[in-house]
Design a protein around this ligand. Structure first.
Ligand SMILES: *Cc1c(COP(=O)(O)O)cnc(C)c1O
Length: 414
């Protein structure tokens, strides 16, 4: 089935009304009503799978069956809609399930244009799963330049990740959306790396914003979940139908945990950005570092886009860098850090480090990876909310040990 189009018009969908309150206030209070029966300030976890009806087809409240909707999920969705300045949000069992449902909403024979430097799992879905129901995806490393030439009559969706993973390159969302909307094509932005605190893609013309909630929104590395937010009522009808029909939904407990996590998103995102800035500065000055990718740094090649799209020009908590000494040095570096844990994932309160070429992006063929800048010596860092000084010292001592060929003791210090 097709995502409904705004036929023959370049009108963007109606916007959510400007919120009265600012981000931190919304993060704490949106979707968080007091329990009208008990006055509980924190919602209870609603485990019931079914809800009583007073007569046939007349449920007591707004709920019937938990796959279709659940109080904890609704509250979480309302909070994310407020934070992304969207009318609607729908939660899914993972970021990947969110991607899958959006791709499933396209008719067989549809065409998608995607940035090439996407999350590994998104690339896998686009190349190995979407094709099974007749949806073709074209990848481009320079979407702002190529988009017009890549649009075909059957193109229905543009997929953007900004910043991209793991090279942190940026896309001018407005530039792409203006061209896509002329042909009635929807633009999706994966906003996982920045979180709604730093960037609100709908404000820049995107039609759908998606997140792996697993990362910054939950922020404590203990929930796997996804969410999509948008303004169009037609998208709400189509995607909520699929949310229920496919059933890739999060549990009430996960919704409750993620909702608790998001209440401190603004505090965590500010601190992670501060830490990533400090680490990127230290890396830029280090003679054993070949290149630093950090959109918060003035040396970033697309810094202008960051200043336009990111709150206060913040760079977020993610950065990557190339280390002298190739793949082996990158891998050794990750074993020499003491505070940064060698692990996949990102966006938690604890700092992580990984080598995309051998870990998160190993599934992408080497030549294709390198075109996108994912070399074997690239290290990706997710800064948590520890103290900047400790993180900087940890990175510097790990580089020192890597270049002097120090023995790895106990790997990663954990
Ligand atoms: C992790 C991630 C995903 C997938 O999310 P899951 O919750 O792991 O399924 C999608 N996009 C980006 C940018 C991610 O980092």
């Amino acid at each position: 089935m097709t995502i409904p189009q705004h036929e023959g018009s370049i009108e963007t969908p109606p916007r959510a009304p400007s919120p009265v309150h600012n981000f931190g206030t919304l993060a704490v209070h949106a979707g968080a009503p007091h329990d009208p029966a008990t006055g509980a300030v924190i919602e209870s976890i609603s485990l019931s799978t079914t809800f009583a009806q007073t007569s046939v087809g007349k449920p007591v409240g707004e709920y019937e069956y938990t796959r279709s909707s659940n109080p904890n999920r609704t509250n979480f969705e309302n909070c994310i809609a407020a934070l992304e300045r969207a009318r609607h949000a729908l939660a899914f069992s993972s970021g990947s399930a969110t991607t899958a449902v959006i791709l499933q909403s396209l008719a067989a024979g549809s065409h998608v244009v995607s940035v090439s430097d996407v999350y590994g799992g998104t690339h896998r879905y686009f190349t190995k799963v979407a094709s099974a129901h007749g949806v073709k995806v074209t990848f481009t490393p320079s979407i702002e330049v190529d988009i017009e030439s890549l649009i075909k009559p059957e193109t229905k969706l543009i997929w953007i990740e900004t910043p991209s993973n793991p090279t942190l390159s940026l896309v001018d969302i407005r530039a792409v959306a203006d061209i896509a909307h002329r042909s009635g094509i929807h633009v999706v932005v994966d906003n996982t790396f920045l979180s709604p605190y730093i960037q609100n893609p709908l404000e820049h013309g995107a039609d759908i914003v998606v997140h792996s909630v697993t990362k910054y929104i939950n922020g404590h590395s203990d929930v796997c979940m996804g969410v999509a937010a948008f303004n169009s009522p037609a998208l709400l009808e189509r995607l909520s139908f699929l949310q229920n029909a496919i059933g890739a939904i999060p549990s009430p407990f996960d919704c409750w945990l993620a909702h608790r996590g998001v209440k401190t998103l603004h505090l965590r995102a500010r601190e992670a950005s501060k830490n990533a800035s400090a680490v990127s500065r230290a890396l830029l000055e280090n003679p054993h570092v070949l290149l630093v990718n950090y959109p918060g740094s003035d040396s970033h090649k697309q810094r202008k886009i960051a200043l336009k799209q990111h709150r206060d020009g913040l760079g977020g908590g993610m950065l990557s860098f190339r280390i002298e000494g190739g793949k082996e040095a990158a891998e050794r570096f990750c074993q020499h850090t003491r505070i940064f844990t060698l692990a996949e994932s990102l966006g938690g309160v604890e700092s992580l480090v990984e080598v995309p070429g051998s870990m998160t992006h190993a599934g992408i063929p080497k030549e294709q990876r390198e075109i996108a800048g994912v070399f074997d010596d690239l290290v990706r860092i997710s800064c948590g909310v520890e103290d900047s000084k400790d993180l900087v010292e940890d990175v510097l001592q790990a580089i020192e040990k890597t270049v002097t060929g120090a023995k790895v003791v106990n790997g990663n210090g954990h």
